[in-house]
Structures are given as C-alpha cells and as structure tokens.
Design a protein around this ligand. Structure first.
Ligand code: NAD
Length: 454
C-alpha cells in the first residue's frame, strides 16, 4: 500500500493532474468504463443483496453519471482562479484564490449504495485534480470485486487505484500519510478514522449516519405524505443513510396516517412474496433488525425470512423513545411511528438525540415548517418530501455533529478535495510607509483610518 501511495505522490508531483484536459480525460474514461460494463455492475449488486437493475440505476449509477457530467461541464469554472477585492492597506495589489488539488486522497466507501458512495467522492477528487485510492466496503463482496477489476485494469494505479479489504486493510491504510481522507460509514468507525487522520493532520470529510426524523403535522397533504414517505423509507429495504428513521405524527392524525401508510405499502407491492425486495446485507444486520421488532407494537408487516435475509416493510405503532428500535439508527425496513400533541415539545425530544443526518417535515403550515427548520440541527433534508434532496447537486450533502463533518456533491464536492490557496499579488511601483519605522501617532492614526476600509 505504501508503494501505491508513493507512486501516486510521485505522479501528483509531476503536476500532470493540474491540467484540466487531463482531468476530463480521466472522467471520460470512468464514464465509459461504467457505461460499457453496466450489466456486470447490475449482476454484481444483485448477487450481493438482490438489488434490482431499476433501483441500481436510479439510486447509484445515474447519480455517478450525473456527477461526472456536472464536473466536466463546470470544471473550468470551478477550477479557475477566483479574484477577490483587495483592502486599502495593501494598495496597490490584486488578490486571488488558486484552487489547488490536495494530492493523494483516500476514499473509504460504505456498503449500502456501494457504487454511488465509492465512486461519487472519487469523481469529485479526480475532477479537483487529485489521485485516488478507493477502498470500497467489503460487505458487498461482488460489487467491491467488480469495481476493483474494472478500475484497476483501466486506470494507471498512479492515478486511481482500488484496494479491496475489510477492517484489517483499512486500518493499515489509515496508518499511512494521505492528503485527504473521505469516509462514508458509521459514526463509530468515523471516530476511528478521525483519530487516525489526526496523527498526520490529514483533513477529513466524514459522511456518517444517525436517526433522521420525519415530522407529520395534522395539516399535511396526507396522500402525498405517505406516498413519498413509503418510497423513501423502504427503498433499498430501508438501508439508506437519509431514510426517514422514524415518524413523529400529530396524535389526532395517527389512526388515519397509519391506515394510509398500510394502504400505500400494499399498493407499492413491497411484499417479500414478489421476490423482488432488496435483502438485508448480512446475517449480523438481519439479526440486529429482528430484535427491533417488538411483536406487541407491530401494526403492519413484521415477518422475517432468515434464509432469504428479508424483512417485510414493518410499521411499529405506539412507539416510544425507550424502544429497542429507537436506541440506534435502524437502517432497515422498520418504521416506528411516535405521536406528539405539541410540535415544540416533539422537536425538543428529538433535540435530546444526536444531531441527525436528515430531517423531514410534512406540513402545509409555514409556522410548523419553520419551527422544524429553525429549531432542529440536522445535516440537510426536505419539506414535504424525503431523500430526494440528495439528487440536487446544488445542495451540499453532509451531516453535522455526530452525523458528519464536511459535505460534497456538485461544486461542494470539488471544493472538499481542493485547497484554497490565497495570494496577495503586490505591485512594486508604490509602498505606503505607514507600517515602517519611525512609528508615530500620526501613522497610527492613518493606519486606523485605512483599516476602516477593509
Ligand atoms: P461502517 O462504518 O461499518 O463501514 C464503513 C467503511 O469502514 C467500510 O469500508 C469498512 O470496511 C470500514 N471499516 C469498518 N470497520 C472499521 C474499523 N474498525 N477500522 C477501519 N475501517 C473500518 O459502515 P457501513 O456499515 O458500511 O455503513 C452504514 C453506516 O454508514 C450507517 O450508519 C449509515 O447511516 C452510514 N452512511 C452514511 C452515508 C452518508 O452519506 N452520510 C451514506 C451511507 C451510509
């Protein structure tokens, strides 16, 4: 691994990646590599956890393709020197910011969207002129293997290299000196990564998880609310970092809301019987989720199949913050529904939990909407929708507090792999004498005056 990093650092130091045409070539190469081998990618992910072509396209590949196109379209704008005004004290001069690539970047992916979460940060890093070592999650073994095969046989390892492996290999990688570490995964492992990065003062972006609430108020558009909630929650069998983890519904709407949820799930035919529902990634997670289903609270679903590793879309009624399902991020197709009588109190209760990655508010009231948006700290979210904010590249995507550090997507992704090198470019035809000896009261007065015009 040390040798790969050395090769990448040597290559980076040739300054080749500073050429924008070179970066576009790499992005094109990746684009056609994925396009030409789409079927291999679909087959691999199906073997791992039965994710369908449709879901893989809309929630993984389409986002990566879009990121590549977006970066190619905007690279000249994002990478160009940014002029800023110069303060009077520095007259005569100009000031600008050089967008400098950081160098050798380590991208560590999570398993739940194995292509998107590995490749989208890699695209941002390459577009910004870095070299990349990508370590995909080892849990979906086939997708990890196919990414390694395709990328390692097409790219110069001094530019882009996939290293496969689990905890042991990642720990070994984290010992090494990178210029940036981009990690997607759990808060627990995020802390390990942060500590390892601190040894070398390596900057990090940590894309972590959390329990993302969805508030449903009495005045919401109920039909649209359940339609969007059900899709967002049960997509990928609930294994989505920004899935609504639980619902806080107005008590007076509870019965109607639960019935509408049930009807929507049945309409969407998410049932296990159609053999078209994404599996839980492994037995550990399957067993962890099974323990969250308290039989006395099951309003809908609740059936599990250990050999298939599937869990029916499940709604828990009368859920409470003390329940097993409310002790950690669910990350599966189980939706606890809690009720509230006062929205302010509900927000306060959610505030007692660590800051979530997302939050959603389904309401037609501006007052309710603003209460949630302004009182609750969370990474990002949506009003009257869930999950879809991730698809707008103009919205920085990332957490806050326990749900992460930093953000990416679109220009924010480019910036997260870029150093902003600030330059004051001074002219030589004039030098104001104010800062030089002899110091005097009148010079100090002039300094104070000029500083007013900062
Ligand atoms: P994870 O933290 O278990 O694993 C993530 C990566 O870290 C994997 O590549 C794994 O090999 C590596 N890893 C695991 N244990 C390690 C250790 N002890 N030392 C070093 N490396 C280690 O996370 P996961 O199970 O793959 O993903 C689920 C979590 O990720 C959830 O909490 C979810 O919310 C979060 N997530 C966040 C985002 C986001 O964009 N913010 C996206 C997807 C998932």
């Amino acid at each position: 691994m040390q040798a790969f990093i050395k090769a990448q650092r040597d290559f980076f130091n040739t300054n080749t990646t500073k050429d924008l045409k070179f970066r576009i070539q790499q992005l094109n190469k990746l684009y056609y590599l994925l396009k030409d081998n789409e079927q291999l990618l679909f087959d691999a992910i199906y073997k791992d956890f039965k994710k369908s072509e449709f879901d893989t396209y809309i929630s993984e590949l389409a986002l990566v393709y879009h990121d590549i196109k977006d970066a190619k379209r905007n690279i000249y704008k994002w990478a160009r020197r940014e002029k800023v005004s110069t303060n009077l004290l520095n007259f005569p001069a100009k000031s600008y910011i050089i967008k400098e690539p950081l160098g050798v970047c380590l991208v560590i992916g999570a398993w739940n969207y194995p292509y998107q979460l590995s490749l989208a940060p890699a695209v941002a890093a390459l577009a910004a002129g870095n070299t990349v070592i990508l370590k995909p999650s080892e849990l979906p073994a086939e997708t990890s293997k196919v990414m390694a095969q395709l990328i390692n046989s097409s790219f110069d390892p001094a530019i882009f290299k996939v290293v496969e492996g689990g905890v042991e290999e990642t720990t070994e990688l984290l010992e090494l000196d990178f210029d940036k570490i981009f990690f997607t995964g759990s808060t627990k492992v995020g802390k390990i990564v942060y500590q390892a990065a601190a040894k070398n003062l390596t900057p990090v972006t940590l894309e972590l998880g959390g329990k993302s609430p969805a508030f449903v108020t009495k005045d919401c558009d109920l039909k649209m609310t359940v339609k969007r909630l059900v899709w967002a929650k049960f997509l990928n069998a609930g294994q989505t970092c920004i899935a609504p983890d639980y619902v806080m519904v107005a008590e007076s709407l509870e019965e109607e809301f639960l019935e509408a949820l049930k009807a929507e799930i049945e309409k969407e035919q998410f049932a296990i019987v159609n053999h078209n529902y994404v599996q839980i990634i492994n037995t550990d997670n399957f067993e962890r989720l099974e323990k969250m289903i308290e039989p006395s609270k099951v309003f809908y679903g609740g059936k599990t199949n250990a050999s298939e590793r599937t869990i029916e879309p499940t709604i828990l009624k009368n859920a409470a913050f003390e329940d097993a399902a409310m002790q950690e991020e669910i990350f599966g197709p189980i939706l606890p529904v809690l009720t509230y009588t006062n929205l302010d109190e509900a927000i306060s209760e959610v505030k007692n939990l660590p800051k979530p990655l997302s939050a959603y508010i389904f309401t037609s009231s501006a007052e309710n909407r603003e209460k949630v948006l302004q009182q609750l700290a969370f990474g990002g979210g949506a009003v009257n929708d869930a999950v879809m904010h991730i698809t707008n590249p103009k919205l920085p995507f990332g957490g806050v507090g326990n749900s992460g550090i930093g953000s990416y997507h679109g220009k924010t992704g480019f910036d997260c792999f870029t150093h902003q090198k600030s330059i004051l470019h001074k002219a030589t035809w004039l030098e104001l004498p104010l800062k030089y000896f002899p110091h005097s009261k009148s010079r100090l007065k002039w300094i104070k005056r000029t500083m007013k015009f900062q």
